[in-house]
Design a binder for this molecule. Structure first.
Ligand SMILES: [Zn+2]
Ligand SMILES: [Zn+2]
Length: 295
């Protein structure tokens, strides 16, 4: 599942989630590993729900499951039910922030019609775009998708995930900052117990076992997330942050976002809160710690 992102989005689009829930009627006849696979797939969808390109399909799928009365059918199956409730809670929480356009729209930029009847079909080559009509697909193909589609397809053949779009990355970044705000007391407590010498660092790691994200008040190199294999890349990114002197006046946030078979680390930073900027009685580190407290 190296190409996790495109695959997951396409699977959600064509109705993977209602299909998984529907299999409950013959769950008793399924082998144990099929049961485990259902739970893993639900968690995979939960993990990727931080990206609007998948979230918009999940909003639709969960609504549909409710409307069809399928939700009640899984209540007596604890592993599936727990995974489903977790997914549903994440979808509700993330879709109610109002930060992203969660309509499913025609990818032809001159159209952008909303898919109200669940009738759009995807590009059968890259699975990442969908259209209201064959005309729109043709128009978008000529106006640029031809090149983009080829690039996406060759990435898939190489087993690589396509890049995360600016919209998806922006939304995920906002979620990371929100999560830090929500858990600031825990973060500040850890920092105060083990005072950072130079700069406070916090990492938020999202992976299959914990789609909501595991928060660590410390450097990502100190607590590598599961399945993490690119240490060199982290070191280089970290050295980049330091060489630009960003660490001197910013809280550094390492976010390990789901991407393909492993994930991708991003660094974000938070500057000192304006209210503290002129307070000479505080050290830079203390100002940064207080900045998170004020969030
Ligand atoms: Zn395509
Ligand atoms: Zn269209």
């Amino acid at each position: 599942m190296a190409d996790g992102f495109a695959w997951t989005t396409h699977a959600a689009h064509i109705g993977l989630l209602p299909a998984l829930v529907r299999t409950e009627s013959w769950a008793a006849e399924l082998p144990d590993d099929a049961q485990a696979t259902r739970v893993s797939l639900i968690r995979l969808l939960a993990l990727y729900s931080m990206y609007p390109s998948l979230l918009r399909h999940l909003v639709r799928s969960t609504r549909r499951i409710l409307e069809l009365g399928l939700r009640d059918t899984i209540q007596d199956n604890p592993p599936v039910w727990t995974a489903y409730l977790e997914l549903e809670a994440l979808v509700t929480e993330r879709s109610s922030s109002g930060e992203a356009d969660l309509e499913i729209r025609c990818y032809n930029p001159t159209c952008r019609k909303v898919d109200t009847q669940n009738s759009f079909s995807s590009c059968s080559s890259c699975f990442t775009t969908s259209y209201c009509s064959a005309e729109c697909q043709k128009e978008h193909w000529k106006s640029g998708h031809k090149v983009e589609c080829k690039a996406l397809k060759s990435l898939r053949l190489e087993g690589k995930a396509p890049p995360v779009s600016a919209e998806d990355y922006g939304f995920a970044t906002k979620l990371v900052i929100d999560e830090i705000g929500r858990r600031k007391e825990e973060i500040v407590r850890v920092w105060r117990e083990d005072k950072p010498a130079r700069t406070p660092v916090v990492s938020l790691n999202f992976f299959l076992d914990d789609p909501r994200g595991v928060l660590v008040a410390g450097s990502p190199s100190k607590y590598p997330p599961q399945g993490y294999s690119e240490f060199r890349q982290v070191r280089e990114m970290w050295e980049d942050v330091i060489s630009q002197d960003i660490h001197r006046e910013h809280v550094i946030v390492g976010a390990y976002l789901p991407h393909g078979s492993t994930g991708k680390l991003h660094f974000l930073w938070l500057g000192i809160d304006d209210r503290l900027a002129n307070d000479d009685s505080l050290s830079v580190v203390e100002k940064l710690v207080k900045t998170v407290e004020l969030m």
